[in-house]
Design a protein around this ligand. Structure first.
Ligand SMILES: [Fe+2]
Length: 217
């Protein structure tokens, strides 16, 4: 079972590593981009929880969560984790491998959730399972990976990565595809192939309108 698999490799914050990664520099542009996406995910889930008894509303926020999670995760796999490998040496390689593995678990659970509907038996529990794993993963990125990246790179690197990351999000699939290859080059190609179909499907899915999002902010 997916959760059991994850528990055999628990997501933990390594304190000595965290101390070494600490930096007094201001957070880089890529650090800010990633954290801002994380906050948007936390907000979407909070809105889902607040509207859990209204099926339509709950579904809209769950859709937004999955949509944002899919784009964020694939852009991280294509832009961020390869940067860990090339810019942070052996330690970056280890960080990237751990993150790819966690992303695979996250995508598999997100994929299961996509075939369920808000209000149905099991949906809320499955969504909670996804959110708790995503939260642990985000915490590890925020507390270990991003400070280490900031320490090992320049301000210009941070800006360039942020630009590539934001650009990539507009190309990647908007729904979870756990069977997509994890090799970044192949994945980029796979993403470009499925994106038009995903975008088409999204027209038939409901999302919170800009006005609704503003009211809830
Ligand atoms: Fe992330």
């Amino acid at each position: 079972m997916i959760t059991q698999r994850l528990l055999t490799r628990p997501l933990t914050v390594n304190r000595p590593l965290l101390r070494r990664a600490y930096t007094t520099k201001a957070p880089s542009a890529i650090n800010q981009s990633i954290k801002s996406d994380h906050q948007a995910l936390r907000d979407a889930y909070r809105h889902y929880e607040d509207n859990k008894n209204e099926k339509k509303e709950a579904q809209m926020w769950a859709n937004k969560y999955i949509h944002d999670l899919a784009r964020h995760s694939v852009a991280e796999e294509i832009i961020l984790y390869p940067a860990f490998k090339t810019m942070l040496g052996k330690r970056g390689q280890e960080m990237a491998e751990r993150d790819y593995e966690h992303q695979q678990v996250i995508k598999e659970i997100a994929f299961q959730l996509q075939s369920m509907k808000a209000g149905e038996d099991g949906f809320d529990m499955k969504f909670k399972e996804l959110v708790s794993i995503v939260e642990l993963h985000m915490k590890e990125e925020e507390e270990i990976d991003l400070p280490a990246l900031d320490k090992g790179t320049t301000e210009a690197d941070g800006h360039q990565l942020a630009e590539q990351f934001e650009k990539m999000k507009s190309f990647v699939p908007t729904r979870s595809h756990p069977s997509a290859p994890q090799n970044p080059v192949l994945q980029a190609a796979a993403g470009l192939v499925v994106t038009p179909f995903d975008k088409l499907m999204d027209q038939f899915r409901t999302f919170p309108s800009n006005q609704e999002k503003k009211v809830d902010e």
